[in-house]
Design a protein around this ligand. Structure first.
Ligand SMILES: O=C(O)c1ccccc1NCC(=O)[C@H](O)[C@H](O)COP(=O)(O)O
Length: 369
């Protein structure tokens, strides 16, 4: 029994054809001179030694979770869905990539379900993640991110399954269902297979947690298992690792995991170094439409937003008398993020939502999804 499982675990297979179809583009070569100017030759050293403390403790916990999951799958034998997924050759659908990459100057939204976090503590009581995902979908979010780590974020794999099932129920509706990201600290192939079996379209790979070799191995594993990857970076060194590993969706996280400070300057610095055929996602600390529009104007394809949406959702559901039935502030926020307004005119979120302010003039067509 051990033999079949160990054949999968810890062995990084080579992917079977890139469903997304992008080869290393010549545009990538064109970026080389930019890299040479920004990133010194020490680049390719193992960055694992620099893991921030907060990540270290999370990763130790993940090692334990992975060991437990492997034992369960081993005990169940080769018919366990996760064992089967690891054994098979699977196609990558590419729906996560295509949901995020819209025509230039169009910002797509990955809306996150986040109850709490190491940096902020309690964020929102979310009783029904599927219902929240419906609000996000109705507002025009392109993808949903579900945090499945319990200790740090209050999430679970059940949250993910419920959201996937809710989204699938819109298969004949417009807009189409949102693909779902399993947001967790991925360190092993078995978590990727677990996410795929639960219905996720993508997993998160954090370069500062994985280092260069493991990032590449897990990206290859994603192709073999048939799931996409959002590869997260915090600086130029990590970005180069992501690009060299063949990442097609790269998230620039504005949160410094050592200080927990959030600065959109990280996104501004790194955006010119992301190749054009890669989906660029700005993550963390996006609190209003002006942040969103600034990131769109920097050239980001997408933003990933958790805290501000979840707080807005909770505020609306707790103060129902203030709002009409069916209206939720989280919905207004997503619509404002997507609005084609301008930082120059700077209407507030509510002004954009209600169609006031100079920037809002351009937006009204866009706001009805
Ligand atoms: O959010 C944290 O405190 C955190 C701490 C340690 C590791 C990861 C952390 N966050 C995960 C995320 O990437 C965010 O949930 C995501 O980017 C959304 O950020 P925000 O909109 O600021 O909630």
């Amino acid at each position: 029994m051990m033999a079949f499982v160990s054949a999968f675990f810890g062995v990084s297979g080579v992917g079977t054809g890139r469903a997304l179809g992008q080869s290393r583009s010549s545009g990538f070569q064109a970026l080389k001179s930019k890299w040479d100017a920004v990133v010194p030759a020490r680049m390719t050293t193992d960055i694992k030694t620099e893991i921030p403390d907060v990540l270290k403790s999370i990763l130790e916990r993940k090692e334990e979770e992975v060991a437990k999951l492997k034992a369960e799958v081993e005990a169940a034998g080769p018919d366990h869905p996760i064992a089967k997924r690891l054994a098979g050759e699977n196609e990558v659908s590419g729906i996560f990539y295509s949901a995020l990459k819209r025509p230039n100057n169009t910002l797509t939204i990955i809306a996150e379900i986040k109850r709490r976090s190491p940096s902020k503590g309690h964020i929102a009581y979310i009783k029904d993640p599927a219902l929240l995902s419906r609000t996000y979908w109705e507002a025009g979010a392109s993808c949903i991110s579900v945090l499945t780590d319990y200790e740090g974020f209050g999430g679970s794999l059940d949250d993910l399954r419920e959201v996937v099932s809710e989204q699938k129920s819109y298969k004949d509706e417009y807009p189409p269902p949102c693909p779902v990201l399993r947001k967790d600290f991925t360190i092993d192939e078995i978590q990727i297979a677990e996410a795929a079996v639960a219905g996720a379209s993508a997993v998160l790979l954090i370069v500062s947690a994985l280092g260069e070799k493991r990032t590449k191995e897990l990206l290859d594993a994603c192709e073999r298992i048939g799931i996409e990857a959002l590869v997260e970076v915090h600086d130029e060194d990590e970005l180069k690792i992501a690009v060299d590993s063949g990442a097609k969706i790269i998230g620039v996280n504005n949160r410094n995991l050592r200080t927990f400070e959030v600065s959109l300057e990280t996104a501004r610095r790194l955006r010119p170094l992301i190749p054009d055929d890669v989906v660029s996602v700005a993550e963390s600390g996006i609190s209003g439409n002006l942040d969103a529009w600034e990131l769109r104007d920097m050239g980001y394809n997408s933003i990933l937003v958790g805290e501000s949406l979840c707080r807005a959702y909770e505020l609306s559901t707790e103060t129902t008398t203030m709002y009409q039935r069916g209206y939720n502030q989280a919905k207004g926020l997503i619509m404002a993020f997507k609005a084609k307004g301008s930082v120059q005119f700077g209407p507030t979120t509510s002004a954009a939502f209600y169609g006031r302010g100079e920037g809002a003039k351009e937006t009204l067509g866009e706001m009805s999804i």
